[in-house]
Design a protein around this ligand. Structure first.
Ligand code: GLU
Length: 309
C-alpha cells in the first residue's frame, strides 16, 4: 500500500497545476467570489491520524454537505416517520428540479435534493424558533468536529436568501401539498443558514468520522447514532449524494460521498477514513470538478472502495 501522506502531497500538487477547474457557482453571488485556484484535502483515519494537503485549514461554504447533518438530526427526532414525507430514491434530476416535485405530489425524491432537505429542515423547526433550530444544527456540527470555531457565514446566508427564488418556489409548492408544517420563509431561513455553515477540510473530515465508524466517534467511543442508521445514511450518500451525478460518482470513486455547491465533498470509506476535499469549481452536475477527480485518484491509489473484497 502506498504511503498516504506521499499520495496526498502528490495529488495536491497535481490538482494545483490543473487548468480545468470547472465553474464556481455564481447563482449564490457570495460563492461566485471564491478563488477557483483553492484546493484542500484532509483525511481522518481510524487510528486518529489526520493527514492534510493544500488549503486544508481554510473555511469554505459546505452548502449541501450540511444536509447529512440535518438528516442525522431529523432521524433522531422523528425516526422512520421521516420517510412518509421524503423518499429514498436517486433523483436523476438536477438538485433544484421543480418538475419532479409536481410529478411526485410534493414528496421529494430524497433528503439530499433541495426540496427534500427543506422538508428535513421543517422537521427540525418543530417546537423551535428558527434561531434555536439554527443553533441546534450548528452546535451539532461543532460537536462532531470537536471544534467550536465552526461558524455560519452570514454573508453567504444573506446572499442565498436574496436570490433563492427556486428554493422559495420549491418550499411554497410543498406547502401547497401540505408537506411543510411551517411558513416557507421560516423553513427556508433555517435552510439557508445551515447551507452557509463554513468549515475547513480538516473540520469537515473530523465531523464525518461517526459515519466511517458505525455511528461512533472514534476519539471518544461515544455513540452518535446507531450502526444501522449510519449504514442507511451512507447508502443514501452513495445513491443520492451527488444529485444526477450520483451514479457516475459511485462508478468512478466507489465510496459514499456528499457534495455541496461550495465545491466541497465529504467521502466516507467505512471503517477506514473520513475524507474532505475542496475545490470551488463545479462540473455540469454542480459537483466539485477537481474534488471528484481527486477522490477517484485517491481511492484508486489506496485501493479504497466499498465494493472491494
Ligand atoms: N444552498 C444551495 C441551494 O439551495 C445548496 C445546493 C448544493 O450545495 O448543492 O441551492
Amino acid at each position: 500500500m502506498p504511503d498516504l501522506e506521499t499520495v496526498l502531497a502528490a495529488l495536491a500538487e497535481e490538482m494545483a497545476a490543473r487548468p480545468d477547474r470547472g465553474e464556481v457557482a455564481s447563482y449564490i453571488p457570495q460563492l461566485g467570489k471564491i478563488d477557483p485556484q483553492r484546493f484542500g484535502i484532509a483525511v481522518a483515519l481510524a487510528d486518529g491520524r489526520m493527514l492534510v494537503a493544500g488549503d486544508a485549514d481554510e473555511p469554505f461554504s459546505i452548502q449541501s454537505i450540511s444536509k447529512i447533518f440535518t438528516l442525522t438530526l431529523a432521524l433522531g427526532k422523528v425516526g422512520d416517520a421521516l420517510w412518509r414525507r421524503v423518499g429514498r430514491e436517486p433523483s436523476g434530476n438536477p438538485f433544484n428540479s421543480i418538475i419532479q416535485l409536481e410529478h411526485e405530489r410534493g414528496i421529494p425524491r430524497n433528503p439530499f435534493i433541495n426540496s427534500g432537505a427543506i422538508v428535513v429542515t421543517d422537521v427540525l423547526l418543530a417546537g423551535h424558533q428558527p434561531r434555536e433550530a439554527i443553533g441546534e444544527i450548528l452546535r451539532f456540527v461543532q460537536f462532531l468536529a470537536e471544534d467550536d470555531t465552526v461558524f455560519i457565514d452570514k454573508d453567504v446566508a444573506a446572499s442565498e436568501k436574496a436570490t433563492g427564488y427556486r428554493n422559495v418556489a420549491l418550499a411554497n409548492y410543498m406547502r401547497a401539498f401540505d408537506n411543510l408544517n411551517h411558513a416557507p420563509e421560516l423553513a427556508l431561513g433555517v435552510y439557508f443558514h445551515h447551507c452557509a455553515i463554513a468549515m475547513s477540510c480538516r473540520q469537515l473530515a473530523l465531523s464525518g468520522r461517526f459515519l466511517a465508524h458505525g455511528g461512533k466517534s472514534p476519539s471518544t467511543g461515544h455513540s452518535v447514532i446507531s450502526p444501522e442508521r449510519a449504514r442507511r445514511i451512507l447508502a443514501l450518500m452513495l445513491t443520492c449524494g451527488h444529485y444526477d451525478g450520483s451514479g457516475d460518482f459511485a462508478f468512478r470513486v466507489g465510496i459514499p460521498g456528499k457534495s455541496g455547491v461550495g465545491g466541497g465533498i465529504l467521502g466516507i470509506v467505512p471503517g477506514i477514513a473520513s475524507i474532505a476535499v475542496w475545490s470551488p469549481g463545479l462540473n455540469e452536475n454542480g459537483n466539485s470538478r477537481l474534488g471528484s477527480i481527486v477522490l477517484e485518484k485517491l481511492a484508486k491509489a489506496m485501493d479504497w472502495s466499498i465494493f472491494a473484497p
